[in-house]
Write a protein that binds this ligand. Structure first.
Ligand code: A4P
Ligand code: MG
Length: 189
């Protein structure tokens, strides 16, 4: 006997997640806009809000690099029925489709999509660390996140407004110590 209706499925509830985006090669704004469209079109993903795009100085493993192409950075709030690893795989697929080449750590890129947090989940394995281990130190993540969610919290680390204030304080301290060196827009890494 053939079933009259589709087989029953257990549907996963949608969970909120935060995706940070960055680009410092090519037509940065066009790439980010196309990537956000791709994200919104991904099955199991809803795009809820997008921050404005910030222009920031590149952060390299050795520090701020004023000579590197500048980034456009921002944050997208999504809801997703995907599990964290499946979502990461979709983010990496979108990066690849927009010409992302992985040559060096923190190297220039057409598109970077990082999963910053997903509800209160903690993950720590070879492929994924959640919350993103460097998010709390990066102004280019915290500032746009706060813009779209003034009550945002980084699981285990506290409110994003407090983390951003702490970052600004330490930055001011560093700027005084460096006696007038221009402030970094890219945060500390
Ligand atoms: N991975 C683990 N956890 C995560 C996560 N939560 N989200 C793994 C995304 N990926 C995660 O990433 C390397 C590996 O991290 C992935 O294979 C994934 O399994 P990648 O995107 O290939 O390389 P990456 O981005 O160069 O490395 P990394 O260490 O993730 O760098 P970040 O922290 O993303 O920093 N300066 C400015 N101004 N703006 C920027 O956006 N971005 C970076 C990259 C450096 N400097 C920047 C900016
Ligand atoms: Mg990345």
């Amino acid at each position: 006997m053939s079933p009259l209706s589709p087989r029953p499925q257990r549907l996963r509830p949608f969970e909120p997640a935060v995706v940070a985006f960055g680009s410092n090669l090519g037509d940065r704004e066009a790439t980010i806009r196309a990537a956000l469209d791709d994200l919104a079109a991904t099955p199991g993903v809803r795009l809820d809000a997008v921050s404005s795009f910030l222009e920031t100085t590149a952060v390299r493993p050795h520090g701020i690099d004023d000579l590197a192409p500048r980034y456009l950075n921002g944050v997208a709030m999504i809801s997703t029925a995907l599990d964290p690893h499946a979502l990461l795989a979709e983010l990496q697929r979108i990066e690849d489709e927009h010409g992302r080449v992985r040559r060096e750590r923190w190297g220039d890129r057409t598109l970077d999509l990082d999963l910053i947090a997903m509800a209160g989940r903690r993950v720590d394995d070879d492929r994924l660390v959640l919350p993103h281990p460097r998010a709390a130190e990066r102004r280019f993540v915290l500032e746009p996140w706060l813009e779209v969610d003034p009550d945002a919290e980084l699981p285990g680390l506290g409110r994003v407004d407090a983390l951003l204030a702490r970052l600004e304080e330490s930055r001011e301290g560093r700027d005084v110590a460096a006696s007038g060196r221009e402030a970094d827009e890219g945060g500390v890494s």
